[in-house]
Design a protein around this ligand. Structure first.
Ligand code: MN
Ligand code: MN
Length: 300
């Protein structure tokens, strides 16, 4: 990896870690999801990074993929198990990190420890010699040793410039991943999920998180506001996920309608929420690492 790229990753990682840790201080019963997400995003921008995706807040049985709408009034409650997932980028070089916090109770301490230890062990075994199935097996064994199940259809992933999911998948179970080994200089996000439910997720309602899926169809956009929103999305977020909130901020009057038109034309994809299949509780921890010959370097 060249020095400039490395420096970009290091900066993105430092800002993502700061944003995650700052976010944890905001998680309190009574706090609004919307304020927490917004304040973290402001902090990331003030520190000079771009947003690789909207701040994700996933509660309890929701494993991943949720960001509040601009008018969301929901607040955290005592006992909530909150997965906070943040992503930053510097010049397109992405850092992705997540943490789980239980608000003022300690019912799920062991499950939180299970996903956290699974991540630590995965990081300790990761190098250019290890097949990804072995990383998955390490995660699976650590989580099951605590009496929980890994979520088998959520995976860690390779990161590339302006690409949140690219190349490698880092499984959370030993049955997946095969003999593929990561290469020197690969950047990967590792994210074990633990649950007391079925061990897989299904798609739920919309997450309020979107992605531009096909810019070639842009010529079919008829009205000027929709066209303008599309151009702003492409300019500001490129191929990275964006939030309904951000479209609303760009166009307080009509942003939602323009976004609906983009979806209707097949220009954007709306991510679904990912819910534990049997309604189990879910914990997660995630770091981004750079793979090296003899191990890996955690940048978040
Ligand atoms: Mn993440
Ligand atoms: Mn990730």
């Amino acid at each position: 990896m060249d020095d400039t790229v490395y420096e970009n990753y290091k900066r993105a990682g430092k800002i993502a870690a700061d944003a995650r840790d700052y976010g944890v201080t905001l998680l309190k019963p009574g706090a609004r999801f919307l304020d927490v997400a917004t304040e973290i995003e402001i902090r990331i921008k003030e520190n000079g990074a771009g947003l690789a995706f909207p701040v994700n807040i996933a509660l309890n049985t929701l494993a991943a993929h949720f960001s509040p709408r601009h008018d969301d009034q929901s607040t955290f409650k005592k006992g909530d198990v909150v997965k906070l997932d943040v992503g930053t980028h510097i010049n397109g070089y992405i850092a992705d990190t997540a943490i789980t916090v239980e608000l003022e109770t300690h019912v799920y301490d062991t499950m939180i420890r299970a996903s956290s230890e699974a991540l630590e062990k995965a990081i300790s075994v990761l190098n250019v010699e290890i097949p990804l199935s072995e990383v998955g097996r390490t995660i699976e064994n650590t989580i099951t040793a605590h009496g929980y199940k890994p979520i088998n259809n959520l995976m860690g992933h390779g990161l590339d410039r302006y690409e949140l999911h690219s190349g490698l998948s880092v499984p959370n179970v030993g049955a997946l991943g095969g003999k593929t080994k990561p290469k020197d200089g690969d950047v990967v996000a590792i994210e074990p999920f633990a649950t007391d439910g079925a061990g897989h997720v299904t798609s739920g309602q919309g997450s309020n998180i979107y992605l531009c899926s096909d810019s070639l169809k842009a010529k079919f956009i008829r009205d000027s506001k929709t066209k303008l929103l599309f151009e702003k999305i492409i300019t500001n977020y490129r191929t990275l996920p964006f939030a309904q909130r951000w479209c609303h901020d760009l166009f307080p009057n009509g942003g939602d309608i323009a976004l609906k038109k983009l979806s209707f034309l097949g220009l954007t994809k709306h991510y679904p929420q990912l819910v534990e299949a049997k309604g189990g509780m879910v914990t997660q921890k995630e770091h981004t690492v750079i793979v090296k010959e003899d191990g890996c370097e955690v940048i978040t």
